[in-house]
Design a protein around this ligand. Structure first.
Ligand SMILES: C[S@@+](CC[C@H](N)C(=O)[O-])C[C@H]1O[C@@H](n2cnc3c(N)ncnc32)[C@H](O)[C@@H]1O
Length: 292
């Protein structure tokens, strides 16, 4: 290709948006002008197009339309179009809230295990922050399921290797990480005890059925719903409701809200406790629009 945007005309761009929406639920934001959205997508696709060995945006679209979820070309496409910004202890009050919740449950039921799901976990900072918070509090088994649509970020997450400059103080670095040596002196790796409870899996939140059999005590689904359209958000929230244990907590991102949702009561900013409703109330309530 002579230039990354030469052949991404508006009609072709719309076809990309349709494919991205139908396979991932993601709506490419439309707050900016059409031209800058086209340019943004063209820039993001330049590298995967070059790696796929095709000539132009049209050939690439044809190629990815034929891909299945396990294909390398598809994985590179998904990595290019998704946003992965994350941090350790992002929204610190969520982790204070999780700690208190765990203490209370451990006092009530000291032998029962804790099941926590980080849905849309990106490069792993979120599930490891959950492990750092939860593990010192409990004596019973802790299981953290960490999922993402993007297999590339999960490879990074499961290596658990980060740069020293992750924004944590010296005490936390020493408590949670091992320091690299020699040529790896600027790298840190999460200690094995905090890696052990975390299991990574590729999972697309827009799938019709969720395969996980267990009910989760807490679900973190932060800064993911914000990329979806309304009906996708409703579907995902409905599935998360079915995945939560009664009185379980749902943590959302700071631009996401479930205010007024009949199944949830707010317990802290963007933290909601699941309340099971009787069947007759449940269906009409879910059919209502979600006030995101
Ligand atoms: C901005 S990151 C949020 C990471 C973390 N939850 C946090 O708040 O720090 C959004 C993540 O959602 C993932 N994602 C986007 N669409 C998804 C989908 N349909 N199913 C599962 N994950 C998805 C992206 O790959 C990305 O890693």
């Amino acid at each position: 290709m002579s230039s990354s945007s030469d052949h991404l005309d508006p009609a072709l761009f719309e076809q990309y948006l349709e494919l991205i929406h139908s396979r991932t639920g993601v709506l490419i934001a439309d707050s900016s002008s059409s031209q800058s959205r086209i340019q943004m997508l063209a820039n993001r696709l330049a590298k995967p197009i070059a790696r796929a060995g095709v000539r132009d945006f049209r050939s690439y679209l044809i190629k990815i339309q034929a891909c299945s979820a396990g294909d390398v070309v598809w994985k590179e496409f998904i990595h290019a179009i998704t946003t992965h910004k994350t941090n350790f202890f992002r929204e610190p009050h969520h982790f204070a809230c999780l700690r208190e919740f765990i203490r209370q449950k451990a006092a009530r039921a000291p032998r029962s295990s804790f099941e926590i799901w980080s849905a849309g976990c990106s490069t792993g900072e979120e599930p490891y922050s959950i492990a750092f918070t939860a593990l010192p509090e409990i004596r019973s088994p802790l299981h953290i399921l960490a999922t993402d649509l993007d297999a590339t970020v999960l490879e990074t997450a499961s290596k658990a290797v980060y740069r020293m400059e992750v924004g944590l103080g010296r005490e936390n670095l020493q408590r949670y990480f091992l320091r690299g040596t020699g040529s790896n002196a600027s790298a840190i790796r999460v200690k094995d005890e905090f890696r052990a409870p975390v299991r990574f899996e590729t999972f697309n939140l827009i799938d019709r059925a969720y395969p996980h059999k267990q009910r989760f005590d807490a679900i973190f689904c932060r800064n993911v719903l914000i990329y979806f359209g309304r009906s996708t958000r409703e579907h995902v929230i409905g599935q998360l409701v079915s995945s939560l244990a009664p009185d379980g907590l749902l943590f959302l991102g700071n631009a996401e809200s479930l205010a007024g949702h009949p199944n949830f009561e707010s317990v802290a900013p963007t933290v909601y406790r699941y309340r099971k409703l009787s069947r007759s109330l449940f269906k009409p309530a879910l059919a209502e629009a979600l006030p995101l």
